[in-house]
Design a protein around this ligand. Structure first.
Ligand SMILES: Nc1ncnc2c1ncn2[C@@H]1O[C@H](COP(=O)(O)OP(=O)(O)OP(=O)(O)O)[C@@H](O)[C@H]1O
Ligand SMILES: [Mg+2]
Length: 520
């Protein structure tokens, strides 16, 4: 028993020593291998082996092209190009007729008004072939997290989930180099060509779609089809030429802007009474330059950040418009008001009720876009993104705007749209009635020198409204309208003078009362 127990003790000690020796030997060997960089060899081979195993189990590789990448706010160009490429592939796919066997298609308006542009709907697949390699494209959607994503606010806001779209390209391991090296380049290049070919000018709005608009990221759009051109816009000819030259210089000024280190953008301020052609001028500008139009409804933009997102999502070769900037938001004269606020309250002795009303109206607007937000949008660091953009503000009351908003550099060119002059009338008579001269021209010209009438009103009077109407009857109607406007203007002047007189009388009485009080 003893002998056996001592031998087992001895055996246990021996095996412990052997194990320790083995461990030491292994550590030394491993260190030696590391010294020889042999672990790289093992690493490489084990990785290759696992890749081969994976290729046997799952032979397809995938490339995902997402609509929005990571923290980027802009829609990815690669996604747009792949979309255009796949639209063409869907249209041209052989074997399955139109749509190439894709069962669920998405339709969008085509350049040709009689046709629609077909692309595959979510979860559909289409195959493509490139130099013997067959690849599959799959359209995928995943719900977006509720609090992120640029499309979030514009697709219904809180509580609604925007969708995250992507295309998945599936291909065999065998074609890895061909697909990653050449096919993807081919897709992007072809997609860009399709986009140029299909380009339709668009009118975008930031008001979320109600079904009649096609949503494209944060913007909804329709095809821009306004017929107005400079050829039919009534305006002082010299002024018109100046504007057209300015636009041409801008369009061709890429090198100039780069040389002087300015962002390739230009601001236009169009101001004048209602009906003098400000909106019409924007349409003429867009048609002249062949640009898209982004019409921002500022009251629908909730914060300065959202305004920035909107700007980033605009493309180059576009006109960004904010109409009636003075009415959109309380952007005007805020700084002036702050300074004067105390004075005004003291001088005017505002009633409490009035103050409450004003506060309520300020609270009512959910928009928190501020003057500084708009200033940044036009002229800040972000304004240089993309280039080749024209920003247009229109207003009926230029005097109400904060000087910072319309200083040169922000609004580079100020264009006054004024009442109809004799030249503009003759121009409109040619456009609307196709007459160069008429016995009533003198009467109209004499009246236009005395009374203000907008080109909109002149044009309306010269529009034949019944089958029998001609130039003669239309011009007679115009003379009548001008005479009526003259009488109305005289009456209004008289009334105003009377009002002023009464005000002056009341002021005198107040002064007298004050003096009496002071004397007392
Ligand atoms: N200078 C002009 N030349 C030709 N047509 C004009 C001109 N001005 C106005 N019109 C016609 O009058 C209509 C109204 O013009 P428009 O909407 O451009 O006015 P506006 O200055 O934008 O007015 P508002 O300040 O109310 O927005 C248009 O349909 C247009 O055809
Ligand atoms: Mg307008």
């Amino acid at each position: 028993m003893e002998a056996s127990s001592s031998s087992s003790l001895w055996g246990g000690l021996n095996s412990g020593i052997v194990l320790s020796l083995l461990a030491v030997a292994w550590t030394m060997l491993w260190q030696a291998l590391q010294g020889l960089q042999l672990h790289h060899f093992f690493d490489r081979h084990s990785r290759r082996l696992s890749r081969r195993l994976a290729a046997i189990l799952d032979p397809d590789l995938t490339v995902t092209i997402a609509e929005y990448n990571g923290g980027r706010m802009r829609r990815s160009d690669a996604y747009k190009e792949a979309k255009a490429y796949l639209e063409r592939a869907t249209r041209e796919a052989r074997g399955g007729g139109a749509g190439g066997g894709v069962r669920h298609l998405r339709a969008e308006p085509d350049k040709d008004p009689d046709r629609v542009l077909l692309s595959m709907d979510d979860d559909e697949e289409i195959t493509d072939e490139f130099r013997g390699a067959v690849v599959t494209w799959r359209a995928c959607t995943a719900p977006q997290r509720e609090d992120t994503g640029p499309a979030y606010f514009w697709r219904g806001g809180a509580g609604q989930r925007a969708e995250r779209r992507s295309y998945k390209l599936l291909f065999s391991e065998r074609h890895r180099d061909l697909v990653l090296g050449e096919y993807l380049t081919h897709v992007r290049r072809e997609g860009r060509a399709v986009m140029v070919k299909n380009r339709q000018r668009k009118l975008f709005t930031n008001i979320s779609g109600d079904g009649s608009w096609d949503s494209d990221g944060v913007w909804s759009h329709v095809v821009f089809e306004h017929p107005k051109t400079f050829a039919t816009l009534a305006m002082d000819p010299a002024k018109k030429k100046e504007v057209m030259d300015d636009l041409d210089a801008f369009r061709n000024g890429k090198d100039y802007y780069a040389r002087v280190g300015k962002a390739w953008k230009r601001g236009y301020l169009l101001y004048g009474p209602p009906g003098t052609g400000k909106s019409t001028m924007i349409a003429a500008m867009a048609n002249h330059l062949d640009y898209d139009v982004y019409d921002i409804e500022l009251t629908s933009v909730r914060t300065n950040t959202d305004l920035r997102k909107l700007f980033i999502e605009t493309t180059s070769k576009s006109i960004i418009v904010i109409e009636d900037i003075d009415c959109s938001l309380d952007l005007t004269g805020k700084r002036k008001r702050k300074k004067k606020k105390k004075e005004e309250e003291e001088e005017e002795g505002k009633k409490d009720g009035d103050k409450e009303k004003e506060d309520d109206s300020n609270k009512a607007g959910s928009s928190k876009v501020t003057l500084s937000g708009v200033l940044n949008f036009i002229d800040g660091l972000w304004s240089a993104c993309g280039g080749e953009r024209i920003i247009v503000f229109t207003t009926n009351h230029v005097e109400k705007l904060d000087p910072a908003l319309i200083r040169r550099g922000r609004m580079d060119k100020h264009i006054e749209m004024s009442y109809c002059c004799v030249e503009s009338f003759k121009f409109l008579a040619k456009v609307y009635l196709d007459v160069d001269d008429h016995p009533r021209f003198d009467a109209v010209a004499a009246l236009l020198r005395e009374v203000d009438m907008t080109p909109a009103d002149v044009a309306e009077n010269m529009t034949p409204k019944a089958p029998g109407e001609n130039a003669d009857s239309c011009l007679a109607a115009l003379v009548e309208a001008l005479e009526k406007a003259k009488v109305d203007a005289a009456l209004a002047k008289k009334k105003k003078a009377k009002g002023n007189k009464e005000d002056a009388g009341a002021a005198d009485d107040e002064d007298e009362e004050e003096e009496e009080e002071e004397e007392e």
